[in-house]
Design a protein around this ligand. Sequence first.
Ligand SMILES: *[C@@H]1O[C@H](CO)[C@@H](O)[C@H](O)[C@H]1NC(C)=O
Ligand SMILES: *[C@@H]1O[C@H](CO)[C@@H](O)[C@H](O)[C@H]1NC(C)=O
Ligand SMILES: *[C@@H]1O[C@H](CO)[C@@H](O)[C@H](O)[C@H]1NC(C)=O
Ligand SMILES: *[C@@H]1O[C@H](CO)[C@@H](O)[C@H](O)[C@H]1NC(C)=O
Ligand SMILES: *[C@@H]1O[C@H](CO)[C@@H](O)[C@H](O)[C@H]1NC(C)=O
Length: 831
Amino acid sequence: MRRPMAWYPWVLFVAATVGSPSRRSAVDLDATPRTTVAYHELSGARRFSDHALNYTTLLLEDERGILYVGARGAIFALNSSNIADGSQRKIQWEVSPEKQADCLQKGRNNKTECFNHVRLLQRLNSTHLYACGTHAFHPLCAPIDADRFMLPALLEEGKEKCPYDPARGYTGLIVDGGLYTATRYEFRSLPDIRRNLHQRPLKTEESPVHWLNDAEFVASVLVRESVHSPVGDDDKIYYFFMERAGEERTSFDKSQVARVASVARVCKSDLGGKSILQRKWTSFLKARLACYIPAYEVLQAVHSLDGGSWPSTLFYAAFTLSAQWRSMEASAVCQYNMSALQRAFAGPYMQYQDSSRKWTRYEGAVPNPRPGSCITDRARQGGYHSSQDLPNGVLDFIKLHPLMAEEVKPARGQPLLVKRNVLYTALAVDRVAALDGRQYDVLFLGTGAGWLHRAVVIGSGVHIIEELQVFEAPQPVERLVVSRAQRSVYVGAASGVVQLPLSSCARYGSCYDCILARDPNCAWDGRRCREVAGAADRAQLAQDVEHGKEGCWKGSAPAPPVQRSRTVLRGDDVLLPCEQRSNLARAAWLVNGTEGLAAGRGHFREGEDGLLLTDALPEHSGEYRCLGVENGLRSPLAAYALRVLPAPPTDPPPPRTARRAAPDMATVYLSVIALLGGLCLLLGALLLRASCQQRHKGHYELGAPAVELQTVSANCLGAARPPEEAAARGAEDGCLQIIPGEAPTATSPARELPLVPPPPPPPLPAEFTNGIAALPHMLRKMNGNSYMLLRQQEEPSPSPLCTTSFAEELSKILEKRKHTQLVDKLDESSV
Ligand SMILES: *[C@@H]1O[C@H](CO)[C@@H](O)[C@H](O)[C@H]1NC(C)=O
Ligand SMILES: *[C@@H]1O[C@H](CO)[C@@H](O)[C@H](O)[C@H]1NC(C)=O
Ligand SMILES: *[C@@H]1O[C@H](CO)[C@@H](O)[C@H](O)[C@H]1NC(C)=O
Ligand SMILES: *[C@@H]1O[C@H](CO)[C@@H](O)[C@H](O)[C@H]1NC(C)=O
Ligand SMILES: *[C@@H]1O[C@H](CO)[C@@H](O)[C@H](O)[C@H]1NC(C)=O
């Protein structure tokens, strides 16, 4: 019920704030994961966990084949080709009991805070790593010999490099021996970007204006801008964070103090000023980072992708839309290119107005060399060879103008994706060369509930190939790292690390499935869907990432499904199951070879998992075929031959006259029917047992209680059955009662043989339930969090239940099911 309601303000909001017709709406920007892979269906996952918790700091060294993992109280070195091969090495790095007691005494949370959370793991030099841990609010750091994999005897003080608080936003990089970290280091200190392990340690300025305002850091990225730089530029480190905005904003809500996503940068060769800005950055500049709804979005993760040279660097950022939009959970993904960042940092500055306590655009003269820029060839020609040579006018200007006036806008001015009902907490990107000669960026998006979305950027949008349930217990995905060498993605979270293959082509069983997946890693080779990487016969492979349509010729169409028989009585309800493999597919039903269920509109309900025929009439008999229709491709999924037999009259006619009318025939029929009935009962019971055993395989229940199908037949005979027959059916009674051949119930005194000749005994179909046994256990899953299970009845129920209307029961079920789907699909499914 919640979603349609939540939809409304969203649409209004988009209409109100966007205005420009060229922008795509939130509906267009959303995407549904094409397939859903639940935890127990996930293949190829390798898991590592130890007694430790919080596997949140990952350092991949692809060339050495090692994945280092920093956890709570431990550092691990795992074999990156198989993290679960048991060859891990471990450094135990716990807090001493005295330190822990000390920490507890200070009133710290004894469940989370008084431990050593490893927050930094970086390569220091060819022989050593460098690690820092919070160490129960007393941070320590240490160089670690990577071969011996041991802590040194003497640890270094870490309070300038590592936060006290395990939950505080933090980012750290070692660049050419210098340690660049950003966080709020101490309990009450201001956030700061610092450089340590360097002859010239540097910090940000705090007076007269704070360069950082209550900042929470998310990520940092080194861009080697000195390489082939035409202007002799310097390498830069970019910082991504959230902070409090003080400036006048053109946003719709001026009353509140917004927290905004921002990007700052410093130059690697910065040495600080001589008398002004001594031991402070002279190259610090920051700009606002806009994605979808600035001031309502919270930056969660950033990943950069270097397309071969630094000018082609792309930044991908994941945001969650903040709590002001309480009625909905949503995330956005934006892409920024290097030139957008450069434009903002080369643009006008902001200045702080003491009188109004606001930041406004600075319109005055800008001194030379340009404040905040690195030392370039031009500066060197002017005689400024390092930041220490900069004139006082420039340094004074820098102190007061850290903020740029222009915000950094996403590529094409809008997000790639706005995903409702999901919170993205981590992001990694891989670039894949597809068969069409193009490069596609594949996004890995971790959710707050332990799922992973794998998506491909196509044009200005995103196609979500699949959603994978990586962790059984919901927990935020903290870190994602991609290894091209191992063709793996590593997922770090509280309970462990998981290694997953970059793609799972073998999961696609047909050419259509393979093409429709639009995974640039996968192609159809005529027999199976397989990895493109390393394939020698590329010309033989079919793939269509761009449109997800072309490449399957007639011969490669999936084999037609085996036709199954269904036989029911007039007035019964039948479900013809047809499970779609793809969340993007819809079912089309052909009846007697023609589309449309117009003939019996009132009787048919198309659900997500099948076709429901209520109150069947003999003229509904015929051939029913279900097709999966997706992106214009149609693939046959199921076929049924349905027979609806005329039902016996419900009012018992005078018994004896009927018997007398044809005594011989009656006995013949009676015996045939009794025999068939018995046989059917036996088979029914067997089937039932089999299905009841299967039932326990995939058991998903979340939120809404499981729906129970009490009975399938409206012609339930349970109450009227004589005791011996009821006994014969035993506990299974009431489960599945429509059994062909049983219809005229010869042994029942309450019912009589019809005067018309009874129907010829129906052929024994392969499955002769009316479909409920074959009902998929898992109904359509959406967004990785909505599940319902349709269960068969476990216990024999009192007979009155049998008479409740099945149509009612199923309408309720279908009603509920509708809410597990996206709103915009409602119309289709409720036809
Ligand atoms: C560490 O893991 C525990 C258990 O899941 C969790 O409650 C806690 O928030 C995590 N701490 C950090 C700093 O991630
Ligand atoms: C990792 O495992 C692979 C194969 O299992 C093995 O060849 C390799 O030597 C291992 N690497 C390390 C660093 O142990
Ligand atoms: C943490 O503190 C709570 C309440 O003070 C106490 O009940 C619990 O045993 C403590 N846990 C540990 C691991 O010390
Ligand atoms: C790497 O750094 C460590 C710690 O500072 C030092 O002991 C070691 O000699 C360095 N190794 C090299 C090859 O410079
Ligand atoms: C399908 O064809 C059969 C035989 O031609 C006919 O009896 C039946 O009514 C048709 N079914 C529907 C639903 O049109």
